[in-house]
Design a protein. Structure first.
Length: 578
């Protein structure tokens, strides 16, 4: 079965090749093997794979340290979350190109040569991974039922004991799901991180991403090597999924909260999750049931790794929240001050650049075009991921069969994928404005849809088993079951996934609005912030890059303080209690 699905994934690559072959290659198919063997880098692929895995592992380790600390601090402190979550949304939405100049200049200045370039690549991969982990951990902390917090307090669990024995087990399912997304984000921009271009300078590192980049973007365009590298890449991602992520996803079910459903007791008015379907304990009865349990076995039956040792009361959580708030406020003030100082100090330079590049005056219009394009891509992605995500999460057969394929699909690097998408679209619709818009929206979906899908799958799997069984016992089936149980239960996951999807789409805008590779003589472009950021990076114009990022950040901040803040507040109503 596993070999069949791997073969199916490789078959998808061959179908892309067959559809796009007439436009991008006139070489006979039988010469493909000769082209691959003639490529001197093909023999180095084992070494390239080793370097890529080491690079990805180092970036992931840093992402775990930063993301877990950030998510826990924001989840435990309401005050800190008010600053940390908007900053997180901004940081995750800034495209890789936005971090590229600073990373290159900083690390090359510290360690000239390959060491500095390697450090810059690891940091760039980190910027595409850490935000998914932080959001997932934050959602996990916020989802801890209030009764478990009260029970932990009653047993004297505070400070580090609370974090290690309640918070860490509680966030484990979200952490695994977000780790899959984090690795997918790293894979997605791997080509850009191993084949970095700024101005007329190229900074390359050995790796599977470099192999793909040199085949697609090199002067000697090699379709056969590109497809072979993509097949090797798919096999690599598939193997990691089967060996690491699939077992961890199954193990994460051990840490799933269960709700106590007691027939005959009216549900509290504060939760309308299952109106007329299930009967829950009142809050007082829930707290009483947990408080009177004097033996630890009773509580640990519902908290698998909560041993509840008697520890002294500490103020670590409060201090952690205050420290996180102070750091977040200081960071936001410093960044804002630096941007304002840069704008004031660079006014003559900015004026000169605006005069030399009058297209920069269209940045607000570009922002609206990008936002509209991202909105359409998001709605299309949400439509299919809701249906497929719920079906996959509720069927073990579908979950085992399709999850590896989804992991492979979300990991395919954007810069390796879009030549095939744009060529297929142009073959059918031509290089007209509607055709390019369609291609751009499809490419934006590749950067957004997987955040929705994996968050939905994780949220459905996290629904307490006794809630599902009780709903079925009360005769809820079909659309009524989905409307009254599934949708309210996964609403917090949809909100988190939507924020990450918008961030992924902003990231993908740099490859969906400015499309170029070795087989075409000129880039295909559509108006947008991603297009202008790419154009400025190609010219090495940091002034215009910063202006573009300021406009993009402003749009993201407005969305966060309006739409996402409102949805966050609503999602708090749909949290399970013990």
């Amino acid at each position: 079965m596993r070999a069949c699905w791997l073969a199916a994934a490789v078959l998808v690559v061959l179908i892309f090749a067959a559809l796009s072959m007439p436009a991008i290659s006139s070489q006979p198919v039988q010469s493909a093997a000769a082209e691959i063997s003639a490529n001197p880098q093909t023999a180095q692929l084992p070494y390239f794979i080793g370097r890529t895995l080491l690079r990805m592992a180092m970036a992931y380790a840093l992402a775990v340290l930063i993301g877990v600390a950030w998510g826990i601090a924001a989840g435990l402190s309401e005050r800190a979350a008010k600053f940390m979550i908007p900053l997180l949304d901004i940081f995750q939405s800034v495209p890789v190109l936005g971090y590229l100049p600073a990373a290159l200049l900083f690390f090359i200045a510290i360690a000239p040569g390959e060491v500095g370039i390697e450090a810059a690549a690891i940091v760039l991969i980190l910027t595409s991974e850490v935000w998914a982990i932080a959001f997932g951990v934050y959602q996990g902390v916020r989802s801890i039922p209030r009764e478990y917090k009260e029970a932990a307090a009653a047993f004297g669990v505070r400070g580090w004991g609370y974090i290690s024995k309640v918070v860490l087990p509680a966030i484990f399912p979200n952490f695994i799901t977000s780790s899959i997304l984090a690795w997918g984000g790293g894979w997605y921009f791997l080509v850009a991180c191993e084949f970095m271009t700024f101005g007329n300078q190229v900074y390359a590192l050995p790796g599977i991403g470099y192999y793909l980049a040199s085949s697609v973007y090199g002067q000697a365009y090699n379709l056969a090597s590109a497809l072979f590298g993509l097949a090797v890449f798919i096999a690599l991602v598939y193997s990691i999924n089967r060996l690491i992520w699939r077992p961890l996803m199954s193990y994460a079910d051990v840490y799933k909260f269960e709700a106590l459903a007691v027939p005959g007791i009216a549900p509290p008015p504060r939760r309308a999750l299952l109106p007329g379907a299930l009967r829950f304990m009142t809050r007082e009865e829930e707290v009483l049931a947990l408080s009177v349990a004097k033996e630890r076995r009773y509580l640990t039956r519902h908290l698998p790794s909560l041993h509840l040792p008697r520890v002294k009361l500490t103020r670590m959580i409060a201090r952690l929240g205050k420290l996180a708030t102070a750091v977040a406020i200081a960071a936001s003030l410093i960044v804002t001050g630096l941007v304002i100082a840069w704008i004031v100090a660079s006014l003559p330079v900015v004026s000169a650049q605006l005069a030399a590049n009058p297209e920069a005056y269209s940045l607000p219009y570009f922002a609206l075009r990008s936002l509209a394009r991202i909105g359409i891509a998001f709605l299309l992605a949400l439509g299919w991921t809701l249906v497929v995500g719920i079906a996959v999460a509720r069927s073990k057969r579908l979950f085992d069969a399709l999850l590896p394929l989804f992991d492979v699909a979300q990991a395919v690097p954007a810069l390796a994928l879009f030549p095939f998408i744009i060529t297929i679209v142009i073959n059918f619709f031509g290089a007209s404005a509607p055709g390019l818009e369609l291609a751009s929206i499809l490419l934006l979906m590749t950067g957004a849809q997987w955040y929705l899908l994996f968050n939905i799958i994780g949220a459905v799997k996290a629904i307490p088993g006794d809630v599902m069984q009780a709903a079925q016992a009360f005769g809820l089936r079909g659309w009524a079951f989905t409307r009254k149980i599934i949708i309210p239960s996964i609403f917090p996951g949809i909100v988190i996934g939507s924020i990450q999807a918008f961030g992924g789409a902003w990231n993908a805008s740099i490859v969906s609005e400015y499309i170029y590779w070795g087989a075409i003589g000129q880039p295909y472009t559509v108006p947008g912030l991603g297009y202008f950021l790419d154009k400025s990076a190609a010219a090495g114009n940091t002034v215009l890059m910063v202006l573009t990022l300021v406009i993009m950040t402003s749009v993201i901040l407005i969305l966060n303080r309006t739409l996402w803040a409102w949805l966050f507040k609503r999602s708090e109503r749909y949290k399970f209690e013990a």
